[in-house]
Design a protein around this ligand. Structure first.
Ligand code: PEP
Length: 242
């Protein structure tokens, strides 16, 4: 069992804390399955130390006259290898639409960078029993008009919005069911199995239980990926070979 670990550090760390974090992470023996999304201003520091590094979001526009944007060409030019797309915080706070997410995925693929697509329902949608419907709509919109060759390069993260940063996670059965629903969609439409992660309040205390769920290829980790001790504990618990 070696799970893919993607750390989304959001805007948690200040410059000196990044140095400490990198020093701590460099002590970990096996980082071959660990991907880091630091704040973009710190990305080159991680890349310099050969961490697999990506972005928390990218612009849907090419490099040019776009104040405040971070283009795919720019992140590629410093050696980033992937980007999150469609994260719920981008969608809710910056009004990113599913069409925008689709554009970003296409452009990342064109530049041979890996998109990590986030999908997941809100609390109200869960309460209305609409989890599958919401996730299906998001998959259809984000993957619109992509080929099997494209989709096999994409990582999908199921992130229930109500679980992000709240300490509340779905039951194991709920996670297993929705991951298998996503996998079936990918298998039926693209004839591949896909790489599917779970994200939402993953921490050192719940990781052992999460690791018992069938079909979860790894985790997208927010808060705990900025706390070096917690992050290392999670990595170690997801590194054991069977
Ligand atoms: C996230 O924002 O992608 C996330 C999973 O956050 P947290 O782990 O803090 O819930």
């Amino acid at each position: 069992m070696k799970k893919l670990i993607v750390g989304n550090q959001k805007s948690y760390l200040k410059s000196n804390e990044v140095n400490d974090f990198i020093a701590g992470l460099r002590m970990v023996k096996d980082l071959s399955h660990v991907l880091i999304c630091p704040s973009s201003i710190y990305m080159e520091r991680y890349i310099k130390h050969n961490f697999i590094t990506g972005c928390q979001d990218v612009s849907k526009y090419p490099s040019g006259a776009d104040t405040g944007e971070l283009s795919i060409e720019q992140i590629k030019s410093i050696g980033a290898s992937f980007s999150l797309v469609g994260h719920s915080e981008q969608r809710s706070r910056k009004n990113e639409t599913i069409e925008d997410t689709n554009i970003k995925i296409r452009q990342l693929l064109e530049e041979e960078l890996v998109p990590i697509l986030c999908v997941g329902e809100s609390k109200a949608e869960r309460d209305a029993n609409k989890t599958e419907e919401v996730v299906l709509n998001e998959l259809q919109g984000a993957l619109d008009d992509l080929s099997t060759k494209d989709v096999e390069k994409i990582i999908i993260a199921y992130e229930p919005i109500w679980s992000i940063g709240t300490g509340i996670i779905p039951t194991n059965d709920e996670i297993e069911n929705i991951i298998s629903f996503i996998r079936e969609y990918i298998e039926d439409n693209y004839h591949i199995s896909g790489i599917i992660l779970y994200g939402g309040s993953v921490n050192p205390h719940n990781i052992d239980t999460l690791n018992t769920i069938d079909g979860v290829d790894g985790y997208l980790i927010g808060g705990a990926s900025s706390k070096i001790d917690e992050f290392i504990e999670i990595i170690n618990k997801c590194t054991k070979e069977e």
